[in-house]
Write a protein that binds this ligand. Structure first.
Ligand code: NDP
Ligand code: 8X3
Length: 261
């Protein structure tokens, strides 16, 4: 049986687009109150207005750069000042940059590697570390990490992105053990190809290259992943969905895609 949010507070990082934005809408529809963060505040403002129109409840929004300790601390302090407590953390903020092979990588590629590690690994750890004491202080706490099939299967050109998502899986599994006996659920949702701004970001704004990624196949939508996150979040508290792996019908693995010409 699905349990409604009933006013529980959910933090969603990287809520300005794609999976994070769709998750915010789905959680709001399920009755959660929201604290939403990302660097592009104007996009958060539009999203918050859309959610308020649907539910009558205005989400709390604030700038968040998970690579910055100061920004992350200010975001966490602001969310706690707004609500007093937090029940659900959706660690969604993340990105891929480039597809450089290690042997051919340049200094610019190394900057991409640093950005991926600082965002996907250190950023996720930082938000989790700062919110954990507050999650532990509530009933019904839940950490949901957005991993990837790239965290289960590496591919050429994805050494660092895949490495960060393997790390997300390791962190999720370690947290699940560290928090055993405490009332905090820990879940990873690991999607395959989802058409969002992800590939535009990966290809540094080259929209033609980004749309080629999904040519001739039907990718998942951000809403498909939001459904999975919302499913995990709305199980009864004794039910921990450990992992959800979800791919398009047209994808059987990293790089294994059926395309129609
Ligand atoms: P989008 O590019 O559409 O969304 C990424 C979100 O992350 C944006 O809201 C962006 O906001 C935010 N973000 C990036 N860097 C930071 C930062 N330093 N601080 C705070 N927020 C940040 O892509 P998706 O929705 O697809 O990606 C969401 C997650 O899903 C990522 O973790 C990605 O790795 C994962 N994923 C995506 C898949 C796909 O095929 N699309 C498949 C598997 C996993 P802003 O730029 O405003 O800060
Ligand atoms: C994104 C999925 O296969 O492009 O995490 O790496 S993939």
């Amino acid at each position: 049986m699905a349990i409604r949010g009933d006013g529980k507070v959910a933090v969603v990082t990287g809520a300005s687009s794609g999976i994070g934005a769709a998750t915010a809408v789905a959680l709001a529809d399920a009755g959660f109150r929201l604290a939403l963060g990302a660097r592009r505040v104007e996009k958060l403002e539009d999203l918050a207005d859309r959610i308020a129109e649907r539910t009558g409840e205005q989400p709390w929004i604030s700038a968040l750069d998970v690579t910055s300790p100061t920004s992350t601390q200010a975001f966490v302090d602001g969310a706690l000042a707004a609500f007093g407590h937090v029940h659900v953390l959706v660690n969604n903020a993340g990105l891929a940059r480039g597809t450089a092979h290690v042997a051919e990588a340049s200094d610019a590629d190394e900057a991409d590697w640093r950005e991926m590690v600082e965002t996907n690994v250190l950023g996720l750890l930082r938000v989790t570390r700062l919110l954990l004491p507050h999650l532990l202080a509530t009933d019904g706490a839940h950490i949901i990490n957005v991993g990837s099939i790239a965290g289960r299967e590496a591919y050429a050109g994805g050494s660092v992105y895949c490495g960060t998502k393997f790390a997300v899986r390791a962190i999720t599994e370690a947290l699940r053990q560290e928090l055993l006996g405490k009332p905090v659920r820990v879940t990873t949702v690991d999607p395959g190809m989802v058409e969002t701004e992800f590939s535009i970001v990966r290809y540094h704004g080259d929209t033609a290259k980004a749309s080629d990624v999904y040519a001739g196949m039907t990718p998942l939508t951000a809403e498909d992943i939001a459904d999975c996150i919302c499913f995990a979040a709305t199980r009864p508290q004794h039910v921990n969905i450990d992992a959800i792996i979800v791919k398009p019908l047209d994808q059987a693995g990293a790089g294994k895609v059926a395309r129609r010409s």
